[in-house]
Design a protein around this ligand. Structure first.
Ligand SMILES: *Cc1c(COP(=O)(O)O)cnc(C)c1O
Length: 243
């Protein structure tokens, strides 16, 4: 894998590897849904394609994956333009600098990491300039003691942020997203996220999405009630550190 995404046709061995990984992830999801007493297919798989080339996105799209996640604007804007498949749903899942938000609103279908008011304003402005509507999730901090770095709004700030999003003409509030803190039982962290989701849905019944769970904690997320899981490593392979 080269650092710069490539448009070259996928190598058949890579396609076979992605197909096998996808089958394994789909089997894990199906088992987790069944274990949790949820309907088959209740949980949407987001393939986190960060670091991997556009050809991998096209290969996964050909295998039936519709949702893709990226976490860096500079990489995502190039890759989205290179991908051949149409009709994909692009999620921006990374911490977003306010000065890049308007550009992200030009190609992301959904921004899953909205955690402050300044981002709401910037995304709304960018979406208007691009003539688009953008779905958004509120990223909620799941740390028991809120800490800087990982991103995410304090659960106590969710209601105010939701109000700002609802007031933004080009944005549509779809739910919440969370990342389980390292070293903590993901079940405890995801229970916090589901509690935030419950409070949000009381006021905004359409904000149904609960995006929780990554390669290591798919099962805990599905058991807690996730509607979306974001899977990178288990689908595409290991990335260099710090991604
Ligand atoms: C990278 C990333 C993922 C995917 O993580 P894996 O452990 O590789 O599955 C999920 N969510 C966010 C916010 C990420 O940045």
């Amino acid at each position: 894998m080269s650092e710069s995404p490539s448009t070259s046709a996928a190598d058949p061995r890579r396609v076979a590897e992605l197909a096998a990984n996808l089958a394994a992830v789909r089997a894990r999801l199906a088992a987790a849904e069944s274990q949790a007493g949820r309907d088959p297919g209740a949980v949407t798989l987001i393939a986190v394609s960060k670091f991997f080339p556009a050809s991998d996105v096209d290969a996964l799209a050909a295998l039936g994956v519709s949702d893709f996640g990226e976490n860096k604007h500079q990489e995502a804007v190039v890759k989205v333009g290179q991908v051949q498949a149409s009709g994909l749903v692009w999620h921006f899942i990374g911490q977003l600098q306010t000065n890049k938000a308007a550009a992200v609103a030009g190609y992301a279908d959904q921004v899953d990491s909205v955690d402050r008011r300044s981002l709401v304003t910037a995304l709304d402005k960018g979406a208007r300039a691009a003539g688009r509507k953008v779905d958004v999730l509120i990223q909620v901090s799941l740390d028991d003691v809120p800490t800087a770095g990982r991103g995410g709004a304090d659960p106590a700030a969710v209601a105010e942020l939701a109000e700002a999003i609802e007031a933004a003409e080009q944005l549509r509030l779809r739910g919440v997203m969370g990342v389980a803190p390292k070293g903590e039982d993901p079940a405890v962290a995801f229970a916090r996220l589901v509690q935030s989701s419950r409070e949000l849905r009381r006021v905004y019944p359409k904000a149904q999405q609960v995006s929780a769970g990554m390669s290591g904690d798919i099962e805990a997320a599905v058991a807690a009630g996730a509607t979306h899981v974001r899977v990178g490593t288990a689908l595409l392979g290991a990335r260099p550190a710090l991604r």
